[in-house]
Each structure stands twice: as structure tokens, then as C-alpha cells.
Design a binder for this molecule. Structure first.
Ligand code: ZN
Length: 412
């Protein structure tokens, strides 16, 4: 422990020199907070489904009307940001988008692009767009879930199902940005794959999503009133966190993760005390409710921690949406025979939900039998989707966890 603090002191000394080198004032780093952010602590563990349901019921009794809920919502949002050390939010620095590759097809295009969410920290991904000139396009963020971190070609951003979903939306006129989780894919060029298993990952991923909304809104063809987000499993966590915190997200579809008894098994999901703010234990269903009354689809299945959604989490969400007179805007697509997998039925439910709310033409992606034609898109190999094929981030990129922590959670 002694040597750890010695190392921290050394880093702080170096950082101070770097940050005061141009006459600026060094940010005050709290060594204990920094130590916690770089650890692999889980702050909330799963409980029995019955306990989760009871907690959800108790929460509802605390806010039996819209006034009570609004008060809780305000506190929860503030608490989420505080737990992630994003309160106050970092300044919105220039995104400096960096386009390094372009792929063009008959109905859509794919750009390889990255932007800085704070100076030196890159959000790296692929931007799918409908082919040709467009105005007022809807736009969707597509964060991915967990999978293999190495080799690069096996990272979820490059997976066939990820590409299919993005290409399908693009064919219907939607711009879609798919981006790496922290420490996954090309994001690992910052400080390796191990950084994903630190508490800082929750903060990085959430801030990345909020800045990704800024990135979408910076595109001249995007309709600011039609921003959406969808992701599955760990991507589902990123989905409901971003929708909870960013009112610019008009439609959301978290898949396989809105559970009242399972907080998420990864450090990037519950590696910060986001479920224990405002005096009463929270859970993912309550966080998802922060998107109310904006349209939201909860996709769930019968063989994992989402098995109680139709009887427990969904009625809870309908009650909250009902406070706004908008109970019909939250929906549940439940597949009782399915497991925690990315399936045709779940992908189809998400596509139908966005199509319904944004009047998209589903015929553009269905075959003569009326089924989604998942074979009708061009799978791109990793080499064609990589933003930094030489594995080098632009000059000025941050390469240590300590520097990333300071840039995101301390510099203001
Ligand atoms: Zn994770």
C-alpha cells in the first residue's frame, strides 16, 4: 500500500508539471478517490428476484404521484453523475472528429471515425449513413455489450450482428454510430484491455455516450428531435444510463438488461455506487424509468435476470410513464423461451420500434415473405472498419489510467 501511494505521488508530481507547464493551475487530485476509480470494485451485487421486486414496490410507495417521482428523478440523476465523478460535468471540449476511412454501398455508407470526449480520450467507431444526400435523418447510438476483447476482429463492434443492425437502420434512412466500449477494440490503444475492469469504465462509457449525442448532432443531416439509442446486455446498461441522463435522446431500446435484481455483472456497470444514491437502493428498472415519458422499448427474455420483466419491471415502468399520461409509450418485447443472446426476434423488435416511432419503411429491409432479410447487407472485415489500422492513436492521446482519470473526473 505504501508503495502505491508513493507511485501516486510520483504521478501527481509529473502531472502537476505537465498541467502547470503552460501557466495553468493543476487540478486538485484526491488520491483516495483516484485509487477507488482505478480499482475493480463492484458496488452492488445481485439479489433474489423476490427481493428485487419488493424493493421496486417499496420505491413506488415513496413516490405515488408525479410530484414525488419528479423529486426522486432529480435526486437520482444528480446522484448518478456524482457516483461517476461527473458532477459537475466535464467541459464540452471540441470533438475534433477524425475520419480515416470510407466504405460505400448502394443503400448506405460506413465511415471510420473517432472523436475526443475530453482532450486526449478518443471514442472510436463507425458511422453508418443512408447513401446519397439527406436532410432531417433520425440518428441512433449503438453501444455494444461484452464479448472478447482480443483479437481485434473478435471485438463486438465488428461482429456481424452489430453491423447488420446498423446497416439495417441506415438502409431505412437512419444515421448510426457504433462505438467501442472502454478497453475494447481500438479503445484499448489508450491503456490496454485491463482498463475495462476498473470503476472508471462506468464514467468513461457514460460520458462517451453523452458526447456521442453531441457528435450525432454535429452532423448536418441529423434531425435533433430524433436521436435514439439501443444496445444489448452491457450495451443495454449504456443505453439506459445515457437515456436517463440525456433528454436529447428521444427514443431508447435497452435489450436484455433492465432487471430489478441484477445490477450488471461487470465493473463497467456497477463499478460505481450508481445504485445507492438518494437514500433508497435503486436498480436498473428505476434508472430506466428516468427516460419517462420518452418512448422506450424494454426487450427481455425468459432465461436470465430479465425473466420477471413482464410481471415486475414493466408494470413499474408503466406506472411511472402513467404519471405523465403516457403509459403507452413504454413497451416490452418479451421472449420467454430465449436466453441471454442476441437473437433475430430481439433485433426485429428493436427495428420495428424505431420504425414505428420514426415512420421508417420496414419494407426496405424485409424480403418477399415479410421477414427481415439479414443476409442482405455487406459484412465488412475488421481491416475495413478500423479507424486506426496502424494501432496508433493521434498525437496527444492519453495512455495511462491516471491521466484519463484526471482528464475526465478532475479537470474542470
Ligand atoms: Zn464491462
Amino acid at each position: 500500500m505504501k508503495s502505491f501511494f508513493y507511485l501516486l505521488t510520483c504521478s501527481f508530481g509529473l502531472l502537476s508539471v505537465l498541467l502547470t507547464g503552460c501557466g495553468g493551475k493543476a487540478p486538485a487530485v484526491d488520491p483516495q478517490k483516484m485509487q477507488l476509480a482505478l480499482k475493480d470494485t463492484l458496488y452492488n451485487l445481485p439479489v433474489e428476484p423476490e427481493i428485487g421486486a419488493e424493493r421496486l414496490q417499496s420505491l413506488l410507495q415513496k413516490y405515488p404521484n408525479i410530484a414525488g417521482w419528479e423529486e426522486r428523478k432529480k435526486c437520482l440523476r444528480e446522484g448518478l453523475l456524482t457516483a461517476m465523478e461527473l458532477n459537475p460535468l466535464p467541459p464540452k471540449s471540441p470533438l475534433k472528429p477524425c475520419y480515416t476511412g470510407h466504405n460505400s454501398f448502394e443503400h448506405y455508407t460506413v465511415d471510420n471515425v473517432a472523436f475526443e470526449c475530453v482532450p486526449g480520450l478518443w471514442v472510436i467507431g463507425n458511422l453508418y449513413k443512408p447513401a446519397g444526400e439527406h436532410v432531417n435523418c433520425p440518428a441512433v447510438l449503438q453501444p455494444h455489450g461484452h464479448g472478447r476483447q482480443e483479437p481485434l476482429k473478435d471485438c463486438p463492434r465488428f461482429a456481424e450482428k452489430t453491423q447488420y443492425m446498423a446497416a439495417s437502420l441506415a438502409k431505412m434512412g437512419v444515421a448510426v454510430f457504433c462505438y467501442d466500449m472502454f478497453g475494447y477494440g481500438e479503445s484499448a490503444y489508450h491503456a490496454g484491455v485491463g482498463v475495462h475492469n476498473t470503476s472508471l469504465a462506468v464514467s468513461v462509457q457514460t460520458w462517451s455516450s453523452l458526447r456521442a449525442v453531441d457528435f450525432l448532432l454535429s452532423l448536418k443531416e441529423v434531425d435533433p428531435a430524433r436521436i435514439g439509442i439501443t444496445g444489448r446486455s452491457g450495451g443495454g446498461t449504456q443505453t439506459f444510463l445515457a437515456a436517463a441522463l440525456d433528454e436529447r435522446i428521444a427514443v431508447s431500446a435497452p435489450v436484455d438488461q433492465v432487471s430489478c435484481f441484477f445490477p450488471g455483472g461487470c465493473i463497467c456497470e456497477s463499478g460505481r455506487p450508481i445504485h445507492s444514491q438518494c437514500g433508497m437502493l435503486s436498480n436498473n428498472a428505476e434508472i430506466a424509468a428516468l427516460a419517462a415519458p420518452r418512448p422506450q422499448l424494454i426487450v427481455s427474455e425468459g432465461q436470465d435476470w430479465c425473466r420477471t420483466v413482464p410481471e415486475v419491471e414493466y408494470p413499474f415502468l408503466k406506472t411511472i410513464y402513467g404519471y405523465y399520461g403516457k403509459a403507452g409509450l413504454v413497451e416490452n418485447a418479451h421472449f420467454s423461451d430465449e436466453r441471454h443472446l442476441n437473437t433475430y426476434n430481439k433485433r426485429s423488435a428493436v427495428l420495428r420500434f424505431f420504425a414505428k416511432h420514426w415512420n421508417l419503411n420496414l419494407q426496405l429491409i424485409t424480403n418477399e415473405e415479410g421477414e427481415f432479410d439479414e443476409a442482405d447487407f455487406t459484412f465488412l472485415p475488421t481491416e475495413q472498419l478500423a479507424v486506426f489500422p496502424d494501432k496508433q492513436l493521434p498525437e496527444g492521446a492519453l495512455h495511462t489510467m491516471e491521466d484519463i482519470y484526471v482528464a475526465l473526473c478532475v479537470s474542470r
